[in-house]
Design a protein around this ligand. Structure first.
Ligand code: SF4
Ligand code: SF4
Length: 66
């Protein structure tokens, strides 16, 4: 995934399997996932890589970034 202006790579990636249910938005303790159409946008500066969004997604649309 991309690298931001802050120089941090994203830790998780929302794939195009995302159905837009919003569960990950509500679960992320860092509020790092933002509505941005589909797939959603993960803000690298906020994401800690905790993996809670991966666990909560009902369609396994979120993956650890390579
Ligand atoms: S939980 Fe999964 S399907 Fe739902 S909005 Fe997040 S990435 Fe998309
Ligand atoms: S890994 Fe954790 S901090 Fe990063 S987007 Fe998912 S729930 Fe939020």
């Amino acid at each position: 995934m991309g690298v931001t202006g802050a120089g941090r790579a994203t830790l998780v990636a929302v794939t195009d399997r995302c159905q837009g249910c919003g569960a990950c938005l509500l679960t992320c303790p860092e509020h790092a996932i933002r509505p941005h159409g589909r797939p959603l946008l993960v803000l690298p500066a906020l994401c800690t890589g905790c993996g809670e969004c991966i666990e909560v997604c009902p369609v396994d649309a979120i993956e650890e970034a390579p």
